[in-house]
Design a protein around this ligand. Structure first.
Ligand SMILES: *Cc1c(COP(=O)(O)O)cnc(C)c1O
Length: 426
């Protein structure tokens, strides 16, 4: 039942045409909106009535896509951004000022790590990194009165370890801090973090949501399940906002406070919304998300199992394998025995032989992308993780022997055969 309902949501949520309306979500390629009376527009600015003012802040096509993703994740609202990192940066700005800090797992997407470790520090927002397997006490030692969020990924790439939601939900609740999770690689079809104590979900929609590698985009989904009122960490949520004629977000917006503040204050001022065209295409991609995740998962498991048997392989990291260090967590949080399409493999080969293997592949192409319909591979040590020191690469589980696979939705046997022929012809 659960699965049927998420499948139906992928196809239908977000857009409900009235009699005579287009059946398919239309692309509203307009920056602006016309009103009959001056009073209506005044009421819109006061947020007394719903509607669109200017497409930097909202747009009907983008709004329908946002509603679909909010529904898929089980949240109360979503705001769509021009990219995944724009979603992350703006989400942090929604709670952090200069002098504040966030806690983040060490093992996260490289672009996010850069944002946290270098760029945000320049603006006085500091990230305290932790090892996600450390004890509660060790992690809690990093928390002080300026700590505004705890950030992790549902499944971290390329280590492919699955987040212990229960542990971090416990820590976040104890200290009344927002628990924020990047759910890009799992998608709401496989894992819904808001059901496991998370407050805010982030997506790079560039990956599986779009699924066709055509649009860069991101989202912040608000669970509406965090009490900001009178929590001294989040004063701006329950005191008047000078930049929005004295709005008190908690009082005026109730459990929509986080998303409304994010939109009317920060997307307004930073100007980084998703474009209507990207929302149109990404919405169309999401209509088949449930079908694609099933095939991505089936194909990735087949490749993972086949490579595990090879004498040329040191290890395979895939949450669906019994040998995975987080297989028990994967079974607990992932639905219907599907574990997504990403895996990392270490070969008993030299760097030159690993390159040769990658070049021998015919279906898998060498691409800096993941999570679209086409299978691809990448060598993290010389590309995405190039900036890291050998030491940091080692912590991230990467060296010259490691290849990251993003397994597509082609025929399962064709994909497995491709990997085997490429290994055999080194
Ligand atoms: C790609 C990615 C991002 C960044 O998203 P962009 O859309 O490329 O800006 C963030 N988190 C994860 C897990 C990603 O894979």
């Amino acid at each position: 039942m659960k699965k049927n309902s998420i499948d139906t949501k992928c196809v239908q949520s977000g857009y409900n045409p009235e009699s005579g309306d287009p059946r398919v979500l239309p692309l509203y390629q307009s920056t602006t909106y016309k009103y009959d009376t001056a009073q209506e527009l005044a009421d819109l600015f006061d947020l007394k009535i719903p509607g669109h003012i200017y497409s930097r802040i909202s747009n009907p096509t983008v709004a329908c896509f946002e509603a679909k993703i909010a529904d898929l994740e089980g949240g109360v609202s979503a705001v769509a951004f021009s990219s995944g990192v724009a979603a992350e940066a703006t989400c942090i700005m929604n709670v952090c000022n200069t002098g504040d800090n966030i806690l983040s797992a060490k093992e996260i997407y490289g672009g996010t790590y850069n944002l946290f470790d270098i760029t945000l520090r320049k603006y006085g927002i500091n990230t305290r990194f932790f090892d996600q397997y450390a004890s509660d006490e060790e992690i809690e030692k990093l928390i002080d009165e300026n700590t505004k969020m705890i950030f992790l990924e549902t499944v971290a790439n390329p280590g492919m370890s699955v987040l212990d939601f229960e542990k971090f939900s416990r820590i976040a609740k104890k200290h009344k801090i927002l628990f924020v999770v990047d759910n890009t690689l799992a998608t709401p079809v496989l894992v819904r973090p808001l059901e496991h104590g998370v407050n805010i979900v982030i997506h790079s929609s560039t990956k599986y949501l779009d699924g066709h590698a055509s649009c860069v985009g991101g989202l912040v989904v608000d669970g509406g399940n965090f009490d900001f009122n009178n929590n001294p960490r989040y004063k701006e949520f329950y005191t008047p906002d000078k930049s929005y004629h004295g709005m008190n977000y908690v009082k005026d917006c109730g459990n929509l406070a986080f998303g409304i503040k994010l939109r009317v204050q920060l997307v307004r001022d930073f100007g980084n919304p998703m474009s209507p065209f990207s929302a149109y295409l990404t919405n169309m991609g999401t209509e088949t998300l449930h079908l694609r995740m099933e095939r991505h998962s089936k194909n990735a498991l087949a490749v993972a199992e086949k490579l595990s048997e090879s004498k040329l392989v040191n290890w395979v990291k895939y949450p669906g394998l019994k040998s995975s260090n987080t297989h028990e967590l994967a079974k607990k949080y992932f639905e219907n025995g599907m574990y997504s399409g990403m895996l990392a493999v270490s070969f008993k080969l030299t760097k030159e032989q690993v390159f040769k293997f990658m070049e021998n592949l015919k279906i898998f192409k060498i691409v800096t992308h993941i999570a679209d319909v086409r299978s691809c591979v990448l060598h993290p040590a010389t590309t995405t993780h190039r900036q890291l020191s050998k030491e940091s690469q080692k912590t991230a589980g990467i060296d010259d022997t490691v290849v990251r696979f993003s397994v597509g939705i082609e025929d399962t046997q064709d994909i497995v055969n491709d990997v085997i022929q490429a290994l055999n012809s080194i």
